[in-house]
Write a protein that binds this ligand. Structure first.
Ligand SMILES: Nc1ncnc2c1ncn2[C@@H]1O[C@H](COP(=O)(O)OP(=O)(O)OP(=O)(O)O)[C@@H](O)[C@H]1O
Ligand SMILES: [Mg+2]
Length: 303
């Protein structure tokens, strides 16, 4: 496979085919004694849909948090289109990476349209004073934002519910709305953390089509999901995380046929798997981390 990192002539937001959009190198994240992510390398190229799978607690969400500035990796670096990412979530969004969360995060008392408008704030040039004084520049920018937000709602199929309160949407539509809000920041890379969790098979199929459509708009996608049918239908490449480490990476066929992946999912030891002693160590560290996490308000929201 060739990875052409030349960006010459590429227009912003429309990367040249094959350009490396995301380049994570040696990413390690430790919480006290627990290494949740260990030395993970992962690239996503323009035009690609890449899957990230692995058993519960494998470190998938933690890895996403390292990519989006929510966590600063203990070791390693993350580049987006060649530039090292700033260590702040809103700056990462402004740079071009958008995400959805495993636990839906919407403003439940705002309308569907307002939720998408919130997602646009990194792309509106109107400053604080303009917004406060509500001058002509502000109204013009607001009208343009609304138009774009409605376009996005049309794209995901929620335009008819623009004025509904987000909390009144069925669960599957709330997940879609999160995607629309992420798209509102006009990203070059979209990270989806379990986009089909809690969906019925029809909704899952529709989400599959939606992700293909997003890719076709020139947005690269990295997706975490436990639904293997969804992952293997969708992804050009799949990486498997087990106990914080990347165990296997390849196309769907390669990953499905790899015995270590099957063993990891069945909880069986595989070659080079950590021994009982290490497992006990990890479990103890996890218990300690969980106890600490219970004492930290809002920790659940970060996952
Ligand atoms: N903020 C934190 N502090 C301490 N430990 C954490 C923190 N976040 C995650 N962990 C631990 O890191 C490990 C990986 O968790 P993570 O949520 O990344 O897994 P995951 O692969 O997303 O799992 P799931 O499929 O269940 O969502 C777990 O052992 C978890 O308890
Ligand atoms: Mg997770």
């Amino acid at each position: 496979m060739t990875t052409d990192t030349t960006t010459k002539g590429a227009t912003p937001g429309a990367p040249a085919p094959g350009e490396t959009v995301l380049d994570a190198r040696g990413v390690t994240m430790r919480f006290g004694g627990l290494t949740a992510v260990r030395n993970v390398n992962l690239t996503v190229n323009s035009g690609e849909i890449v899957g990230l799978i692995g058993p519960n607690g494998a470190g998938k969400t933690t890895f996403f948090n390292c990519l989006t500035g929510l966590y600063i990796p203990t070791e390693g670096e993350v580049r987006y289109k060649g530039n090292i990412l700033p260590p702040k979530s809103f700056k990462v969004t402004a740079a071009g990476i958008a995400r959805t969360f495993q636990n839906i995060r919407l403003f439940s008392n705002m309308t569907v349209l307002e939720n998408v408008l919130v997602g646009r704030h990194t792309r509106t040039k109107e400053g604080l004073w303009s917004a406060l004084l509500r001058g002509p520049g502000f109204h013009k920018a607001e009208a343009a934002s609304r138009e774009r937000a409605m376009e996005l709602l049309e794209f995901i199929g929620l335009a008819g519910k623009a004025e509904h309160l987000a909390r009144n949407l069925p669960y599957g539509e709330q997940r879609k709305l999160e995607i629309a809000r992420a798209l509102a920041s006009e990203p070059g890379l979209l990270l989806l953390d379990e986009p089909t969790a809690g969906m019925n098979p029809q909704e899952t199929r529709a989400t599959e089509e939606l992700v293909f459509a997003i890719r076709d708009k020139g947005i690269a996608v990295l997706v975490i999901e436990h639904d293997m049918r969804f992952i293997f239908n969708l992804c050009d490449r799949v990486a498997v995380l087990v106990q914080g480490e990347k165990l296997v990476e390849g196309d769907s066929e390669t990953v499905q046929g790899d015995e270590r992946v099957i063993a990891a999912y069945l909880g069986e030891p595989f070659e080079d798997a950590p021994g009982d002693e290490e497992v006990a160590e990890v479990e103890a560290a996890e218990a300690q981390a969980a106890a600490q996490a219970d004492a930290v308000p809002g920790k659940e929201n970060d996952r």
